[in-house]
Each structure stands twice: as C-alpha cells, then as structure tokens.
Design a protein around this ligand. Structure first.
Ligand code: C2O
Ligand code: CU
Length: 507
C-alpha cells in the first residue's frame, strides 16, 4: 500500500511539473494499482523521459508518443524463429473456426494458459477471394461467452460478430456471406461486451486475407511464409509465473506490456531471402502504438492500408500503426547479406524483429508502379457533413458525443449504399488528451480530410481504423454495402470497453 501511494505521488508530481497528460499511465490515481509492479517497472516510470516534451503544453505532433508508451519494450534477442500461423482456405465453402483455451510454451519449458482459434494461441490466416461465398463455421469452446468479429469485412450486420451476436460456451453459428471487397489484409477477434480486451489479450486474434483478380495479377511477393509474411504485433505483461494476469495489469487507458510477441513468438527473428519481401503488419495490441522503421535507416515501400492497395508503392522511412490498423510493406533485402544487422525497430529503437538473411534465396520481383485505382471523388469532397462525433475523455470517463455505450441505444441511422460524411473531432481535455484509433464495423471508408487538409499519401487508401490525435478533426466518406447494426468505437480496447463506442443502424 505504501509503495502504491508513493508512485501515485510521483506520477502526480511528474504531471504537474510537465503540465501534460499522463495518458496511458492513468493519472487517475485512485484507480491505479501498482502493487503488482516490479522494481524495474517502477524505475522505468520514474525515469520516464520528458525531455522531448514541449513545456508550453503538449507534444501534439506525435500524439504524446513518450507518454502513450511509458513502459519500454524489451528488445528481441532473436533466439526464436517467428511462428507462422497456419494458412486456411474454405473446404467445400466452409471454414471451421473454434475459439478455445489451451496451454502454450511461450517461454522455454513453461506452459502459459492462453486462448486461440483452432489452436492454443492466436489464430490462423484465413484466405478468401472476392466473389467467393463462404461459411465461417464458428464454435465457442471457451468456458465463457464470446463473439467472432470480422474486422474490416464488408458483411451484413447480423454476421458481423459485434456484442449482439454473443455465442454461449459450446454453441456454434454459421456465418455465410459473399466476399464483396477487394484484396486486403483484415483480421478477426472477439467482441463480447465487457470481455473483449481480456479475450484478445489472452490470444484471440487471427488474420483474413482477401485476394482479388488484381492482387493475383500484380506479381507482388505472394508466397505465404516464403516472401509474404503476416506479422501480428502484441505487447504483453507476464506475471512471475509467466502467465497472463489481465485483471492485474489492466489499465483503464489501455493495457500495455514490456514484452513483445510477434505472431505469439517471444524474442522472434525472421529468416528472409536476399530479395524483396512483403510484410503484412497488424497492430493487434490492446493499446500500444508502434512506429515501425528499419534500424539501418533504410526506407521501405508501403503498398497497402487497412482495406486495400495504395495506388502506388510509397517510399517510407517509418510507419505508425495504432491498435487495429494494418499496413503492407515491401522491404528490399537484396542490398544486405548474411552478416548484415537488419531489424524492424520502433520509434524508441527497441528491437521488435531482427532479420536473418538467407543469401541462397533470391527473387527478381519488380513492384509494379500502379497497384490500385482508389479515388476520393469531387462529389465526396463536397458532400456536407451529416454525422458529427466528438471523442472525449480518459480512463473510465470516455465518451462519444457525451454518451457511453448502451447496447439498447442506436446512435445513428444510415441508408444502405449511401455515402455520408462523418466528421470526428477528438476534443482535448485539460491535460491534453490522447490519440484514439477510431474504427467503424462493416465498411471500408475513405479519409476525405484531416484538419481540413488532404491526408498524407500513405492514408490515401481504404481504411477501417483511423488514428485521431487530440484536437484533430477527421472527415470520412462512409458507405455501408449491407444492412444491420454496426459498432463504431475507439480501438484502444479498454476505451471501447469503458464505453467509447456507439451503434449505427444501416437500413
Ligand atoms: Cu477490431 Cu469493434 O473491432
Ligand atoms: Cu481511445
């Protein structure tokens, strides 16, 4: 108890001294329980780096990166080869997906209690094609209710797997739909009211690849596990017994951890050829943001956003993904050799994923200059705003338009097939506020503007989740191709669970 008060005082004074918000550290001291923190974690907090904070107020530029991720990530030692999720395709039009619990050897010689789809930890990559009619045969083998939500999938509301479609333990449900969107890297995870964050934390997350005629003909690296890799980034905190104790580490402003798992692998490395390689990045974390870059300082090409290809490969030196967001990038490893020290790192230079170059493996793939024909039309640019949303608050006091989620309240209605402009404003609080990754179910939208300006080129593509910084206003062109009730929410899972979520009914 004594140490709890002490660290509370410390954080409070740090907040006062710098005049900025503590964001994920949760300045709401009453709620804060540090009794389970190790010495080292305490020191980390004590040594929180404020040197890059603007004393005038807040470091709006990167959405308070230094505060959003106060708990540093351990470096990957690279001792384990990255796990590759099984690739699954429909068999007679059916894909079986079972949520189950199990034990996983994440740390050598230790069994950690985990959740997974069709296995003990995480899920497969489900590959479908545009135009294909497929049945996801879902089954809940957990001892608690869950749902199966298809994040980014254009699907009727009744199959979307939001909090309305609760599946009791032992129950099964067929979700049949026709894939009606273009090539994209999507994902799936549970969405039961009040238990989403914990179920995802324990391992319920998988990927969905949509392919189409375009993606099959572009000649991009597409050999699964050879030159085309899924990378699911999740930070976790393990207790002394190397177990997940979500309730003990839960942070109302987003649970973060010091241990990086990529595809569930601790201390991963990825062996790649001396060639162009496609990496499909998913930020599958509850709350942590990542700014991915190469430790060499070399650039890479971004080829896709959440919901499809960019029109052209875009040269990038780093890319930021908030929870729920995806991006596909091409890294050219042909300029390195077996002795090169190449790794994917994040902004704080923590090593996320070191690469080992296998010089025997090469290709001569040319990345095409044109990948897609995405466009925000003049008509869309000139449409009046018809839905206004204001995101506000921190911790348990998080709101959309001053309201918290109520499963019995429909917040908006929209007509099927009709494009509307949603304007979303992230209202800062007296301490600055934080970036909220805003997500809408059942659609891919277009970012029309950010603070009145055209979005940067890497956001000129289909999106289902958009990072909105404090005081930013984002306009989206949103169209639903199906009917039903869909959620929209902050993808910091604890914010979503604390009520930063609403419902739109498409009629
Ligand atoms: Cu990725 Cu409402 O979810
Ligand atoms: Cu949020």
């Amino acid at each position: 108890m004594k140490s709890k008060l002490w660290i509370t005082a410390l954080i409070t004074s740090a907040v006062i001294a710098t005049g900025c918000s503590a964001n994920n550290t949760n300045s709401d001291s009453e709620e804060m329980d540090h009794s389970n923190m190790s010495e080292e974690e305490m020191k980390n907090m004590e040594g929180m780096d404020h040197s890059n904070m603007d004393m005038e107020g807040m470091d709006m530029e990167n959405g308070h990166a230094s505060h959003t991720n106060p708990l540093e990530l351990n470096n990957s030692t690279g001792e384990n080869e990255l796990a590759l999720p099984p690739l699954v395709e429909a068999n007679d039009g059916v894909v079986d997906i079972t949520a189950q619990q199990g034990k996983t050897e994440i740390f050598e010689g230790v069994q950690t209690d985990t959740y997974g789809y069709n296995g003990s930890f995480l899920g497969p990559v489900i590959r479908v094609s545009e135009g294909e009619t497929v049945t996801f045969r879902t089954k809940n083998d957990l001892l608690e209710p869950t749902t199966f939500h298809w994040h980014g999938v254009d699907i009727p509301g009744e199959g979307d797997g939001g909090p309305h479609q609760l599946l009791q333990p032992g129950a099964s449900e067929d979700v049949k739909f026709t894939v009606s969107q273009g090539a994209a890297t999507l994902w799936f995870h549970p969405h039961p009211e009040g238990a989403t964050a914990e179920q995802v934390y324990k391992g319920l997350a998988g990927l969905i690849y949509v392919e189409d005629e375009n993606s099959k003909n572009l000649g991009l690296p597409d050999e699964y596990g050879v030159n085309d890799f899924p990378l699911v980034f999740q930070d976790r905190q393990f207790n002394e017994d190397k177990q997940f104790d979500y309730q003990a580490v839960r942070n109302e402003d987003g649970t973060i951890g010091d241990t990086m798992l990529v595809n569930g692998t601790l201390n991963p490395k990825l062996t790649v050829g001396k060639e162009k390689v496609r990496l499909r990045l998913l930020n599958g974390s509850n709350a942590r943001n990542y700014t991915f870059k190469l430790n060499t300082g070399d650039s890479f090409q971004q080829i896709a956003t959440d919901g499809g290809f960019l029109n052209e490969p875009t040269e990038m030196s780093e890319i930021t993904l908030t929870p729920g967001e995806r991006a596909e990038i091409i890294v050219d490893f042909s300029k390195y050799d077996a002795s090169s020290d190449v790794a994917l790192v994040n902004e704080a230079d923590s090593i996320l994923l070191p690469f080992k170059i296998d010089e025997q493996k090469t290709n001569s793939i040319e990345i095409p200059e044109t990948l897609n024909d995405y466009v925000v039309t003049e008509k869309e640019k000139n449409l009046p705003v018809s839905k206004k949303l204001e995101l506000f608050g921190m911790g348990e006091m998080v709101y959309i338009n001053d309201k918290q989620f109520d499963i019995n309240r429909i917040d908006f209605t929209q007509k099927q097939g009709e494009t509307e402009i949603w304007e979303i404003y992230n209202k800062p609080d007296s301490m600055g506020g934080m970036t909220h990754p805003f997500h809408i179910h059942g659609t891919q939208f277009k970012i029309v503007s950010i603070d009145g300006k055209e979005p940067p080129v890497e956001l000129q593509g289909w999106k289902d989740t958009v990072a909105i910084e404090p005081d930013q206003t984002v306009k989206l062109a949103v169209k639903f191709n199906n009917k039903g009730i869909y959620m929209f929410h902050c993808h910091v899972l604890e914010h979503e669970e604390n009520g930063m979520m609403g419902q739109v009914e498409v009629q």
